[in-house]
Ligand binder design. Sequence first.
Ligand code: XIL
Length: 301
Amino acid sequence: GTTLGAAAAETGRYFGAAVAVNRLSDSVYVGILNREFTSVTAENEMKWDATEPSPNQFTYASGDKLVSHAEANGMRVRGHTLAWHQQQPRWTAVLSGTALRNAMLNHVTQVATHYRGKIHAWNVVNEAFADGGSGARRDSNLQRTGDDWIEAAFRAARAADPGAKLCYNDYYTDGQNPKSNGVYAMVRDFRARGVPIDCVGFQSHFTAQSPVPSDYQANLQRFVDLGVEVQITELDIEGSGSSQADSYSRVVSACLAVSRCTGITVSGIRDTDSWRSSATPLLFDGNGAKKAAYTSTLDAL
Ligand code: XIL
């Protein structure tokens, strides 16, 4: 293949990008998107604060624009995200207990119903595990509604859109460590009890302090061995030149070595589009030119 999307398709995978909908009017941006990518994820437009700014009042215009763009260009859509402790609307701050649980479940149901049939995979729950060595759940307003909030969210999502793959998504879970062990135990438990979960997303935000782990492939494989698919969902790698290019190549090779690692999404298009642009972590420079990391990624696919 001569593009990321075409090369990934040769092994039945997709290659996606996180998209900021307001950039779809930038011709350089949209030119790269349409040429190279076969999947899109809304960078912010499908989050709770964006879609339900007031209780039970839903705004889908921006997310719908992205879905229309994807449909017009033959791209898949990864939904991001239904339940997360960040980027919640302000009105949730005063809720707790049953009221917050019910607000969360209503949100999951309404949004997944609105997008029913249009979403390839949903990040149903994002970032629910704590950093560090505990392997425990992260403390959050949602967690304080009870330990079963995650499975309740997955069941609501399945009921609303039975055709979407339902994923758990997190960061610092890319290698085997206490945090990924905690996620692993949850997924194993969900599979054993029939809680509907189909996939696990690995955000894969890499920096000099947190590089691509040597056991990345083994970690992806142990999740696949639980019966779920895995995807790399927000890939970006701080750096430049050949060291960045080598890291991208290692990530792609790890995914391709795992049969049910079904797709890779980078967290933006140009370095200047990145949520951490000073890290220059993406595949295209600010002018939209292909970086060394682009070439190594394409070669590894
Ligand atoms: C980031 C967006 O890229 C920014 O535009 C926004 O200001 C904050 O959120 N993990 C996630 C993503 O799951 O949704 C986050 O995206 C980055 C961390």
